[in-house]
Design a protein around this ligand. Structure first.
Ligand code: NAD
Ligand code: UGA
Length: 475
């Protein structure tokens, strides 16, 4: 029987909830979408008249918000009202790795999912489709179902009922709008075919039917974790090969190109880097590790854990290369950090390789000047857990009094004067256009560029008289 859908609610106005509902609202203009969050500041930013103040930066997002906001797309803190009127509720809240208790360090912390499910149980009316949009451990749908059907709601049982579906999100940050507009697939896991069809009808407004996959609910949950684990595994694989390239005279770019031509391997996700970051790869692999351990599959757990281990090792490897190249010490040396986000085209720094690398360099006494076109100095300060040096104290004199180094933020790229080294950590396009000849004139000699993203023109840097280290370049 066809289930009528008019009103959609999304709990969680983050990197997934915000862009996903914005895309749906722009494709299904006859339906109403309300994105709710407990974070008032975040909702205020989503509602800001100044679109530069949206809480997340994604190319193309501002335009869509401008077109749909307050027409059929609303951002609100009134969770009760949004749930009451919703036919479909997406749960899109954060699911970070647990920091304490059972499974700490590996399993996902489901307290925000549980709180959301309780809110749905409390406020929903009639029949509601509840959709897991967050990435969740396998069998979480069971937990949600239990909460929805718990004693608390029993008194209302006659008038309310639910179906729980899994509909994981595969967007990447920085290309979220493009990914949502043209997804490789939409995955819907569930038991009730009518509910699955009702959800798929939303996507059919713009996604070709053959891209919409129906599976059982556990396969859907596991496919999301597996997808991220496979992608992260490719990066750990190529980064491990970059280390071999550097000692053997091979070049990782050439190796990537050669293996990527094999249609069984494919060319994507073979760019060597300072290590994968982002809020999900590590968390989702550790989740898989926890699941395997829980079921006594220790060898499987070890296999996947090594993907994270190599990533951690690789970040430390880059710091050591910088120190070794600068004569074994970076104390009181000015190092320019280009890029702090975990990848280009996002302001997100969660699990960014830059955090660990910058902390290590500061520990070694370096004077960092950090530039990123989208990450705020406040965010960098939160991540490094160290205050920047005040503007009045520019440079080295302060370090002479302190053992460890310091950092300051720069909004522009006029920062190369007397720098010993430049370390590129994020592949922002503006770094492609740096004039290395004029930079070389300003830097201390011998000067270095460490390019962990392979974005500079190697010949130009070398011609400018700057020493160049590139990831995986043993030539
Ligand atoms: P996020 O931290 O940016 O956003 C989550 C939001 O949920 C926050 O604003 C938080 O305040 C809100 N929230 C938490 N509990 C709430 C409650 N009880 N009621 C209302 N609001 C509540 O997280 P995100 O990056 O959007 O990720 C969300 C989920 O999607 C995670 O499970 C993640 O693994 C998954 N995911 C993320 C990405 C990505 O690119 N970031 C991609 C695919 C899947
Ligand atoms: C990743 C997945 O690509 C999405 O499909 C998934 O939905 C999302 O995680 C999630 O579940 O959160 P995201 O983390 O936003 O998306 O970005 P990616 O493009 O996957 O990059 C992740 C990290 O890998 C970045 O640090 C990036 O620089 C690095 N990377 C990526 C490489 O080092 N080399 C590559 O070739 C590709």
């Amino acid at each position: 029987m066809a289930i009528p859908i008019k009103t959609i609610c999304c709990i969680g106005a983050g990197y997934v909830g915000g862009p996903t509902m914005t895309m749906m609202a722009s494709k299904c203009t006859d339906l109403n979408f309300t994105v709710v969050d407990i974070n008032e500041e975040r909702i205020a930013s989503w509602n800001s008249n100044n679109l530069l103040e949206l809480p997340i930066f994604e190319p193309g997002l501002q335009d869509l918000i401008a077109k749909r906001r307050n027409k059929n797309l609303f951002f609100s803190t009134n969770i009760k009202e949004a749930i009451e009127s919703a036919d479909i509720i997406f749960i899109s809240v954060n699911t970070p790795t647990k920091t304490k208790g059972l499974g700490a360090g590996k399993s996902s912390d489901l307290k925000w999912v549980e709180a959301s499910a309780r809110e749905v149980a409390r406020y929903s009316k009639g029949y509601t489709i509840v959709v897991e949009k967050s990435t969740l451990p396998v069998r979480t749908a069971e937990v949600i179902e239990n909460i929805l059907n718990s004693a608390e709601t029993i008194s209302k049982r006659e008038e309310i009922s639910f179906d729980v579906l899994s509909n994981p999100e595969f967007l990447s940050e920085g290309t979220a709008i493009k990914d949502l507009d043209n997804p490789d697939r939409v995955l819907i896991g569930g038991n009730n075919k009518d509910a699955m069809i009702a959800l798929s009808n939303l996507y059919k407004a713009w996604v070709p039917e053959e891209k919409i996959l129906f599976t059982n609910i556990w396969s859907s949950e596991l496919a999301k974790l597996t997808s991220n684990a496979f992608l992260a595994q490719r990066i750990s694989s190529i980064n491990s090969i970059s280390a071999i390239c550097e000692v053997t005279g091979a070049d990782v770019r050439e190796v990537s190109r050669a293996i990527g031509k094999d249609s069984r391997i494919g060319s994507k996700f073979l760019n060597s880097s300072p290590g994968f970051g982002g809020s999900c790869f590590k968390k989702d692999i550790l989740n898989l590790v926890y699941l395997a351990e829980y079921f006594g599959l220790d060898e499987v757990a070890k296999f996947w854990e090594s993907v994270v281990d190599i990533n951690n090792w690789h970040r430390g490897r880059i710091t050591k290369i910088v120190i070794k190249s600068l004569f074994g010490t970076i104390a009181q040396k000015k190092i320019i950090i280009l890029g702090f986000a975990f990848k280009a085209n996002t302001n997100d720094t969660r699990e960014s390789a830059a955090i660990k690398i910058c902390k290590d360099l500061i520990d070694e006494g370096a004077e960092l000047v950090i530039h990123d076109p989208k990450v705020s100095p406040k965010q960098i300060e939160n991540d490094l857990e160290i205050s920047p040096i005040p503007k009045s104290q520019k440079g080295l004199e302060n370090t002479l009094k302190n053992k460890s180094g310091e950092w300051r933020y720069s909004k522009n790229l006029d920062i190369f004067e007397s720098a010993h080294a430049v370390l590129i950590l994020t592949e922002w396009e503006i770094y492609n256009n740096i004039n290395w000849v004029s930079v070389a004139k300003k830097m201390s000699k011998p000067s270095w560029v460490f390019d962990s993203r392979s974005i500079v023109n190697a010949a130009e840097v070398k011609k400018a008289g700057i020493n160049l280290w590139r990831i995986g370049d043993g030539t």
